[in-house]
Design a protein around this ligand. Structure first.
Ligand SMILES: Cc1cc2nc3c(=O)[nH]c(=O)nc-3n(C[C@H](O)[C@H](O)[C@H](O)COP(=O)(O)OP(=O)(O)OC[C@H]3O[C@@H](n4cnc5c(N)ncnc54)[C@H](O)[C@@H]3O)c2cc1C
Length: 397
């Protein structure tokens, strides 16, 4: 048993990492087919449900296991080493769940919904991206309309991962028809409360199994399903951090598996010619060093989050926002040279599909990282904060 697995057994009491390893074994069997066919990773998500992984973040008194962000990031990495699309579905579900856990805990409807998610292992999707706005998460064109106890919403949601397979969608909009574009709310619509018509097909280079088609969304639900906090608070205090940290967990997993494949290649070469250093050995050492930098980056980000969670001022501070943005930028950029190194080590056996050393899927999936909220947007946001915020120079966290 690894130290990480042991830690998780203490943390959740049920060995979430052990269960995730079982899910990863299933995800890995289907990863190439999911990628080639651009289909939903049904087998892996069914296994997540069977292992009750979709509710680990929910507090124990609502039927979950109260898992921490650090524990969930480790599961994202375990799954990411097997099938990046399955891992990303898991990560995105957990990111939506973090908004419910952190901001819906005082609302009866949202507490009941969390109980239901735990009982029925419901899968949550996210609709923030909008036609005409792109990845500008903190702005919406569409507006929710509240009449009496009912709310209605129409949104041109150009990217909703696994939208056709989800049990509920958490969707951003302006808070009312006259609201400014940044005055937003987040509403939870259940599957039988909305209709989605596919408008854009997800036929992409990588992350093909996330099935992130575009849809015209039309929903009608009780108004109490609108989360009781402004989306500005939800984004700053849970969603941005959980997105950057859990995505990074998935991306670290992709890179870690690429390095494992390269290591297996070098070891096989060493066995063939005992006493001779295989040509890829030095590159493998470099890749290992780069992978450790990504790990350090994610681990430091998780530590900063777990500490800031205890202090609302710190969670909303510029220093924290800069740190989380930097985690995303660094991990999304650094995984590409790592996988490229692995490809150089494995040569044509890495370039070809269907070998034990194949890396094409890893490389294609990894290219989504810089676009998933464009790094240019994030850098623009950080650079604005750095005009007034002093860069952190301490090693003490
Ligand atoms: C695998 C995957 C799954 C996804 N799943 C979902 C999902 O479930 N739900 C969802 O809502 N979204 C999802 N997205 C969408 C994602 O999070 C981004 O919002 C979206 O990819 C951004 O699209 P864009 O690059 O066209 O738009 P934009 O963000 O508009 O960017 C377009 C280009 O313009 C440039 N640009 C734009 N604004 C600026 C700026 N201010 N400063 C500098 N440069 C700028 C950028 O360089 C960028 O290349 C997913 C994306 C991926 C890759």
């Amino acid at each position: 048993m690894t130290a990480a697995v042991a830690l998780l057994e203490v943390g959740t009491g049920e060995g979430a990492a052990v269960r995730a390893v079982r899910v990863a074994a299933i995800a890995s069997q289907h990863a190439d087919a999911v990628d080639a066919e651009g289909r939903f990773p049904r087998e892996a998500v069914d296994a997540m449900r069977a292992e009750k992984l979709l509710s680990i973040q929910i507090p124990a008194d609502l039927g979950g296991e109260g898992a921490s962000m650090t524990e969930i990031a480790e599961l994202c990495s375990i799954l990411g080493q097997a099938c990046a699309a399955s891992a990303m579905v898991f990560a995105m579900h957990q990111i939506k769940l973090s908004s419910l856990v952190e901001h819906g805990i005082d609302s009866d409807w949202h507490r009941d919904f969390m109980r239901r998610i735990a009982r029925e292992q419901l899968l949550l999707a996210s609709a923030t991206t909008e036609g005409g706005i792109g990845g500008n998460l903190r702005n919406s064109i569409c507006a929710i309309n509240v009449e009496g106890d009912t709310c209605t919403l129409e949104k041109d949601a150009t990217v909703i991962s696994y939208g056709a397979h989800a049990d509920a969608i958490l969707i951003t909009s302006r808070s009312h028809a006259e609201a400014a574009s940044s005055d937003q709310v987040l509403t939870c619509f259940l599957k039988d409360q909305y209709d989605i018509k596919r408008t854009v097909e997800w036929n992409t280079l990588g992350m093909r199994g996330t099935c992130s088609d575009g849809f015209l969304f039309k929903g009608k639900a009780p108004a109490k399903q609108i989360l009781p906090k402004p989306f500005a608070e939800i984004a700053a205090q849970s969603m941005l951090a959980s997105s950057h940290l859990l995505w990074s967990g998935v991306w670290y997993g992709i890179a870690a598996d690429a390095v494992s494949r390269a290591q297996a290649f070098v070891r096989a070469a060493a066995r063939k010619s005992p006493g001779v250093q295989p040509p890829g050995a030095l590159r493998l050492a470099e890749a290992s060093s780069m992978l450790q930098m990504v790990k350090s980056n994610v681990v430091a980000g998780l530590k900063a989050y777990e500490e800031a969670k205890l202090d609302a001022d710190r969670l909303s501070s510029m220093a924290f926002a800069v740190a989380m943005n930097n985690v995303k930028i660094a991990s999304s950029e650094m995984i590409l040279p790592i996988i490229n190194h692995a490809m150089l080590i494995c040569g044509i056996m890495g370039y070809k599909n269907g070998t034990p050393y194949s890396l094409g899927r890893h490389l294609r999936d990894a290219h989504s990282a810089q676009l998933m909220i464009s790094n240019d947007r994030i850098l623009g946001n950080t650079s604005t904060m750095l005009l007034v915020h002093k860069q952190d120079t301490s090693l003490l966290g």
